[in-house]
Design a protein around this ligand. Structure first.
Ligand SMILES: Nc1ncnc2c1ncn2[C@@H]1O[C@H](COP(=O)(O)OP(=O)(O)OP(=O)(O)O)[C@@H](O)[C@H]1O
Ligand SMILES: CC(C)(CO)[C@@H](O)C(=O)NCCC(=O)O
Length: 318
């Protein structure tokens, strides 16, 4: 891999600062009303109207351009082969660490993409957390401290599901994970019904795993048309994780349904220490060993600075 002296990215990426990136989206009119954005923002997330025009509008412009050209390519190939192209969702993968802000990012992306497609288009969002093994299985197999690592997911089921969706299947049922119970929710299923665009969010969307035969490596990335990686310094993500843990300790953890209810009585200093330990023992390791190494497989890498604001966007050159 060649890294240019002035850029932390391989040469195949073009690097944009916030102003340069905003210019890519100039003359586009993708926006969200303030109330809609408020409803999509997750805990402690700072995504604001300026991010919509500076970060999301150019990204949507790029994704729409890619999707439109891909459709023409498919039609052209179909003409040569005499077979009309299949209707299959355009799938966007969004990877990044725990607590980097994927959830808010994906909800906003979904809403703005849906708006850009108009009333005829449908954009769905799913999270790979639904493919974590149930909590009891993780406990039985000694994998509780490995949550987020490749072996904590039913990778075969995830890949089979992506394959079905990519094949244009209707009514694909997927499991749903609850952050509150820390487990798969047995009472909920999500239905993916052949949307126009599907966003798949998760730690592991860019990871290469060996499921089945070690020779026949299956890569979740094989199913994606466009991939994004949400990046930030580990120190910053750690700070966001601990801050969020404190907020949760004083809210969700107080309810008996919360898996972390056992820590509801901790004072803030104790909770900060516990969160730092969970970060160091689990999430930092997943980030270092599995998530961050997958970064340079992404089509675009959005890097956040201390205040959660995206400061640079690196895009794979066409
Ligand atoms: N223990 C918990 N109890 C309740 N909700 C939680 C808990 N941990 C995380 N969440 C919520 O679940 C969502 C997903 O968090 P996750 O750590 O998977 O990564 P993320 O999507 O990058 O997070 P975020 O968007 O908050 O940065 C977040 O919106 C967060 O507020
Ligand atoms: C569910 C995952 C793996 C990913 O979203 C993560 O939020 C998680 O629960 N990690 C385990 C360590 C922790 O509780 O933060």
């Amino acid at each position: 891999m060649t890294l240019s002296p002035s850029s932390p990215y391989p040469d195949r990426y073009a690097l944009f600062d916030r102003d340069m990136w905003q210019a890519v989206g100039e003359n586009t009119a993708y926006h969200l009303a303030a109330a809609d954005l408020d409803a999509l923002r997750g805990l402690n997330d700072t995504t604001d109207q300026d991010d919509l025009s500076a970060i999301f509008a150019p990204l949507i412009h790029l994704i729409r351009t890619h999707r439109d050209h891909l459709a023409s390519l498919k039609t052209g190939m179909g003409n040569v082969l005499g077979t009309p192209p299949r209707k299959a969702p355009y799938i966007i993968g969004v990877a990044g660490s725990v607590a980097v802000g994927k959830s808010t990012f994906c909800r906003v992306l979904r809403q703005m993409l849906a708006q850009s497609l108009g009333s005829a288009g449908r954009v769905d969002l799913m999270c790979t957390d639904g493919f974590l093994w149930p909590l009891a299985d993780l406990e039985e197999r000694g994998l509780l401290a490995r949550k987020g690592f490749p072996e904590s997911y039913d990778r075969r089921a995830l890949l089979d599901t992506l394959e079905q969706i990519k094949d244009g299947a209707e009514q694909v049922e997927i499991p749903v994970y609850s952050h509150v119970t820390y487990d798969i929710d047995p009472d909920r299923k999500q239905i993916i019904d052949n949307p126009d665009i599907l966003i798949v969010e998760g730690l592991n969307v860019l990871e290469i795993s060996t499921v089945g035969s070690p020779v026949a490596q299956t890569h979740a990335g094989d199913y994606f048309d466009f991939t994004l990686y949400l990046d930030a310094d580990e120190d910053d993500i750690r700070t966001w994780y601990i801050h969020r843990f404190l907020t949760l300790k004083n809210s969700v953890f107080q309810t008996p349904e919360s898996y972390f209810h056992r820590y509801a009585h901790l004072n803030d200093d104790e909770a900060r220490i516990l969160a730092g330990d969970i970060w160091a023992n689990i999430n930092a390791k997943v980030l270092e060993q599995h998530v961050a190494p997958s970064r340079f497989r992404a089509d675009a890498i959005l890097r956040k600075g201390k205040g959660h604001r995206v400061e640079t966007v690196a895009v794979r050159k066409p």
